[in-house]
Design a protein around this ligand. Structure first.
Ligand SMILES: NC(=O)c1ccc[n+]([C@@H]2O[C@H](COP(=O)([O-])OP(=O)(O)OC[C@H]3O[C@@H](n4cnc5c(N)ncnc54)[C@H](O)[C@@H]3O)[C@@H](O)[C@H]2O)c1
Length: 318
């Protein structure tokens, strides 16, 4: 699909980050967009921005909807169809996600399952709910956001990363399997799997909110101790005081946001990939280098010095 003008798109997690950037860029191209989120204030901000800048006549529908809850997703699909008075959509961007659920062994089971359900079931629920509307369009495209953690189940540095990686591998596998399923059973539909490297967003801050982590001021002794153990495991060195831990939590989200490429750059790469009908969209040079490094030395991917290999891959690419 080359021209989005006059099409209808659904974007999950449009309250901030890549989701908001996708909504803005799609609307700028004349596409009507429906988006959902679970953080109401952010969604309202996206609405205000789009109302101020979108071309005249291009429509936006926003609704609160938890992608992990099937009933809410089906209600959202009904609401979108009603709001746009349509029986079809052309584009579905399964973008919503959270980071969490690090250790399967000693992490919190509720956080593990919530992370997995948002990152995987969210994609599944939206595909279930919106496939009938996609099938009704003359042409349709599903865009599922996985991650580099969809092909490399690690953050490096000795940090457990099980729920997120499991979900993102599921998103990648499902998307790749859909390529054949669509060819056989819905040849007017296509699919892309998106694998971003580091994109500077508020995912750390939002994930903490959504997964029920306390604000730094209100952290429990247990939360502080868990954070302390993670830092010592990663970086060694002297133990931090409780106040230093609170400060580190405050800074962590901000530091992540300042690194990587911007959400706008990422959305642009994703939209270009969709227009070029690429089924596999790596976002950022770091994602490309990681992909290359894992392919060239798959059996070393989880070695402690894998980052050295990655650095060499990046250097030789420059
Ligand atoms: N930022 C990165 O470096 C990076 C890297 C690889 C993959 N990703 C993936 O990209 C996607 C977008 O992430 P981002 O970095 O823009 O983060 P973000 O936090 O800025 O955006 C994600 C949005 O999804 C929303 N959301 C979370 N849970 C939800 C739920 N249950 N229902 C509805 N909405 C929900 C959040 O409120 C937020 O607005 C995610 O799937 C993430 O896993 C991000």
């Amino acid at each position: 699909m080359q021209d989005f003008s006059g099409t209808i798109a659904v974007v999950t997690g449009g309250g901030t980050g890549m989701g908001r950037a996708l909504v803005r860029q799609l609307m700028a191209e004349g596409c009507d967009v429906a988006t959902c989120d679970v953080i109401e204030d952010n969604l309202a901000e996206t609405r205000a921005i789009c109302e101020a800048e979108a071309p005249q006549g291009v429509r936006l529908y926003t609704g609160l909807c938890d992608v992990a809850v099937e009933d809410q997703v089906h209600q959202f699909a009904d609401d979108v169809a009603k709001a746009f008075d349509t029986d079809h959509i052309h584009l579905l961007f399964n973008n919503a996600g959270v980071g969490g659920g690090g250790s399967f062994i000693d992490g919190d089971r509720g956080e593990w399952e919530r992370t997995f359900n948002i990152c995987w079931l969210g994609v599944y629920n939206f595909c279930r709910a919106f496939t009938p509307l996609l099938k009704n369009a003359p042409e349709g495209h599903v865009v599922n956001t996985s991650s580099v953690n969809g092909f490399w189940a690690s953050l490096g540095g000795g940090i457990a990363h099980t729920a997120y990686s499991a979900a993102k591998f599921a998103v990648k596998g499902f998307s790749e399997a859909l390529i054949t399923d669509f060819k056989l059973n819905a040849p007017h539909l296509s699919v892309s799997v998106v694998m971003p490297g580091h994109v500077g967003t508020d995912i750390g801050i939002n994930s903490r909110k959504i997964l029920g982590g306390s604000d730094p001021e209100d952290m429990t002794d247990e939360e502080i101790q868990q954070f302390r153990e993670n830092i010592v495991r990663r970086m060694g060195g002297p133990e931090l005081t409780d106040d230093q831990i609170r400060e580190a939590v405050r800074n962590q989200g901000q530091a992540f946001k300042q690194g990587g490429i911007t959400p706008e750059e990422a959305a642009n790469i994703i939209i270009t990939g969709v227009k070029n009908d690429e089924w596999r969209i790596l976002v950022g040079e770091d994602a490309k280098a990681l992909d290359q490094a894992v392919r060239s030395e798959p059996l070393k991917a989880y070695d402690e010095n894998f980052f050295m290999l990655l650095a060499q891959t990046r250097q030789s690419a420059e």
